[in-house]
Design a protein around this ligand. Structure first.
Ligand code: NAP
Length: 326
């Protein structure tokens, strides 16, 4: 299965429509679905001094599983045709918490293995029992962000056990920088299959992309459209940033190829061997985002788009650091 042209993502896919969105995406040809335990629906204002952090809110794994089950039941796909991805949330990094939470997530999806299971952030937070609150979000008690004690080595070794025990076919990481990745590679028995990072023309992360690729790690881009994704979260930094889809360079290249700016942004990434996982709740845009492989940008066009880099990050968990209780 191509890593590039049949993937969709489940963050901000609404719970009430999620099963239908997943089912319709499978019908449209999507085969990879990227879910996560996600976080609770806390608003940033519930954490003091934390008004710019993005609170992910997938929390839709049961509904995603229902969409998958319907497609399998109707004979549209078999389980083995799909590539189902989920993530280990920060509160479950302790070595003895990894397998139980992975099993809970599998149960929510209604499946018995993930094709890929990813460490969502290189951040360990104090354990929150799922019977208390699920998904737990960033806070321990609904108010305070409390660090956990797990090292990334401990967490990665527990992730490797998931592969040994058949709960995950492959494992990966997300939101790691180059330094953390170099450290992990010192002890990893299993090299991460992928590194999922924020990646768009305002944040090209050339060094990290090249280093990861040199280690045989597939780099996967999230938020490929830059600020677009963060507007619906009302993030001020996104509101203050010109949209990539309105950028003159991107628009000119799109017109030349008779494609949309969104398609150009996705092709720019895939031609740099970066996998993309665009999210859409809209059937037409889902179809549009699949049509991004049968045509090529010229090298000069790729370079012009890369030239828009401003090292501008929208999803920065360090924005919660001022709220962390030691
Ligand atoms: N590992 C992590 O920490 C992490 C963090 C963030 C995201 N992710 C993953 O990456 C996925 C994608 O990232 P994302 O949701 O941030 O952003 P994205 O895919 O870059 O952007 C989604 C936004 O673009 C719009 N859109 C999608 N296709 C479009 C098109 N062809 N033309 C115009 N607008 C379009 C969507 O609106 P409509 O829905 O209305 O089309 C939505 O507002 C997430 O769902 C999640 O699975 C992972």
């Amino acid at each position: 299965m191509s890593m590039f042209n049949d993937q969709t993502r489940l963050w901000k896919v609404n719970n009430d429509t999620c099963a239908d969105t997943v089912y319709n995406a499978i019908k449209s040809g999507y085969r990879l679905f990227d879910g996560a335990c996600g976080m609770s629906s806390q608003s940033p204002s519930q954490i003091p001094e934390c008004d710019s952090y993005v609170f992910l809110d997938y929390g839709n794994e049961q509904e995603s599983g229902q969409g998958v089950a319907r497609a399998i039941k109707e004979g549209i796909v078999k389980r083995e045709d799909l590539f189902l991805v989920s993530k280990l949330w920060n509160s479950f990094h302790d070595h003895d918490r990894v397998e139980p939470i992975c099993k809970k997530q599998l149960k929510d999806w209604g499946i018995d293995y993930f094709d890929l299971y990813i460490v969502h952030f290189p951040i360990s937070l104090k354990y929150v029992d799922p019977s208390e609150r699920y998904p737990p979000g960033f806070t321990y008690d609904g108010k305070n962000v409390v660090p956990g004690n797990a090292t990334i080595q401990e967490t990665w070794q527990a992730m490797e056990k998931l592969v040994e025990n058949g709960l995950a076919k492959s494992i990966g990481i997300s939101n790691f920088n180059g330094q953390l990745l170099m450290d992990l590679l010192r002890y990893a028995k299993i090299v991460p299959a992928t590194l999922q990072i924020e990646h768009h023309p305002y944040l090209t992360q050339e060094g990290l992309v090249k280093f990861g690729q040199s280690q045989g790690i597939v780099i996967t881009a999230y938020s490929s459209f830059g600020p677009q994704s963060f507007l619906e979260l009302d993030m001020q930094r996104a509101k203050d940033t010109p949209l990539l889809m309105d950028n003159a360079t991107v628009k000119k290249i799109a017109e030349k190829h008779s494609k949309t700016p969104a398609q150009v942004l996705l092709r720019w990434a895939t031609q740099r061997d970066v996998a993309v996982i665009p999210k859409s709740n809209n059937q037409g845009r889902l179809a549009q985002n699949l049509d991004v492989t049968g045509w090529d940008l010229e090298k000069s066009e790729i370079d012009d788009i890369s030239g828009l880099d401003k090292n501008l990050r929208f999803n920065d968990p360090l924005n919660v650091s001022t709220a962390i209780r030691q």
